[in-house]
Each structure stands twice: as structure tokens, then as C-alpha cells.
Design a protein around this ligand. Structure first.
Ligand SMILES: Cc1cc2nc3c(=O)[nH]c(=O)nc-3n(C[C@H](O)[C@H](O)[C@H](O)COP(=O)(O)O)c2cc1C
Length: 199
């Protein structure tokens, strides 16, 4: 049976704003390819206004404190917080490093507080091995739960990243990848819509 996206976006007066948080700040990183893919996937189907927040571009220092206690946060930090706050939902694209998620991601999870609260968050993990970064899920899910985000009950692991996506985010097997992405995005849109109805 084909998987059909329920286009919740059609019910919106304003399109949902989805931030794709690309977590790897490594030189020659590969997981960013998946972030590029999700942006195209959402835009091609007119499902959301999608923006990539690239932690490599922000190149944040290690924060000593949460944003609310920082004495003079930079304009970049304020912009990042603003974008996270205004997003209807977030897709985190994260690599797996030694069975966990990278410090760059923990740095920005701990920076914010209310920005995460009741925010629908979908987790997409990436590795160059066979398991697609799935060992990240338990630790990341737990941190997001602790900070009161609404984690979406769907996964999008990508194993063997270099063979799965080109550098500009085109999947090597588009049909199979789109089929896998469909229920993942559908679940995120459902959570965004559920939250909208409760607000
Ligand atoms: C510090 C470090 C630790 C890593 N640990 C793992 C690991 O535990 N499991 C795994 O499958 N890949 C691991 N990798 C490889 C990543 O999966 C690989 O770099 C992949 O391309 C995703 O990360 P990237 O976006 O930074 O490139 C590790 C890479 C680094 C740099």
C-alpha cells in the first residue's frame, strides 16, 4: 500500500515553519547532506517553509550559561534563539559520535529553555557505519524530554551516508528515500497540527 502524506499544511492559513537543525560542525562533514535533502523534500511538496540552521555557520563558542543568564549575548545567539522560538517544528539532523550526539548539539540544547518547551522535534540520525546513528536516539530523546520538547515518535536513520546522498543532498535511491521520509515528515506535521489546535 502506498504511504500517503496527509497534507496538514493545506489546512494552514500560514504554512508551518520548520527549522532543520544541522548539528555537525566537523570539516568535511557528511550528515549535512540529509539536512539539504529534507529542505528539498518539504519544499518540493509545498509542505512547509523550511530553513536550515547550520551550527557550522554559526560556529558558536561553548556557552558558559543559558541564554537567559548570558550578560551580553551576540546578535548571532539572539537570532538563533529567535528562529528556534518561532519554528512550528524542528528536524534535528545529527551524526553519531562514539554512540552519542555531538557537543555542538548539546551546547545549543542547554542554551535554550522555553524555546524547546512543547516544540515538536523529529530526530534524524546519520553515520558512515551500518546502523545509521541509531545509538544517538536514547540519549538525545532523553535530553529533549527533560527540556520538555515534544519528540516525534518516528525515526529517520541514514547508514553509510556517503553512498546514500550526494554532497548536495540528492539521495542515491530517491524513490526509496522519499518513501522512508514520508511517514517521518507526516508524523512531525501531525504533531505540529495537534499543537496548533491546542494553542
Ligand atoms: C568523533 C567521531 C566519533 C564517531 N563515532 C561514530 C560511532 O560511534 N558510530 C558510527 O557509526 N560512526 C561514528 N563516526 C563516524 C560518523 O558517523 C561520520 O563522520 C558521519 O559522516 C557523520 O558525521 P559527520 O556529519 O560529522 O560527517 C564518528 C565520527 C567522529 C568524528
Amino acid at each position: 500500500m502506498p504511504v500517503i502524506i496527509t497534507n496538514f499544511a493545506e489546512n494552514y492559513v500560514v504554512m508551518p515553519q520548520i527549522v532543520i537543525l544541522s548539528a555537525s560542525i566537523r570539516n568535511n562533514r557528511n550528515s549535512h547532506r540529509v539536512a539539504l535533502y529534507f529542505k528539498s523534500f518539504l519544499e518540493e511538496r509545498n509542505l512547509a517553509d523550511a530553513e536550515i540552521i547550520d551550527l557550522l555557520k554559526y560556529d558558536f563558542p561553548l556557552f558558559h550559561e543559558r541564554l537567559q543568564y548570558l550578560e551580553s549575548p551576540s546578535e548571532d545567539v539572539l537570532e538563533f534563539a529567535r528562529k528556534m522560538r518561532s519554528a512550528d517544528g524542528i528536524i534535528i539532523v545529527t551524526p553519531e559520535y562514539n554512540g552519542g550526539y555531538p557537543a555542538s548539539l548539546k551546547n545549543v540544547i542547554d542554551l535554550l529553555t522555553n524555546e524547546w518547551k512543547r516544540k515538536p522535534v523529529a530526530i534524524s540520525t546519520v553515520s558512515d557505519g551500518s546502523f545509521g546513528g541509531t545509538q544517538v536516539i536514547t540519549s538525545l530523546q532523553f535530553s529533549l524530554w527533560k527540556i520538555k520538547a515534544l519528540t516525534v515518535p518516528a525515526m529517520f536513520p541514514t547508514p553509510k551516508i556517503q553512498g546514500s546522498f550526494s554532497e548536495d543532498g540528492v539521495p542515491s535511491n530517491k524513490e526509496a528515500t522519499d518513501k522512508r521520509a514520508t511517514p517521518f515528515i507526516d508524523e512531525l506535521l501531525w504533531c505540529i497540527e495537534a499543537k496548533r489546535r491546542m494553542s
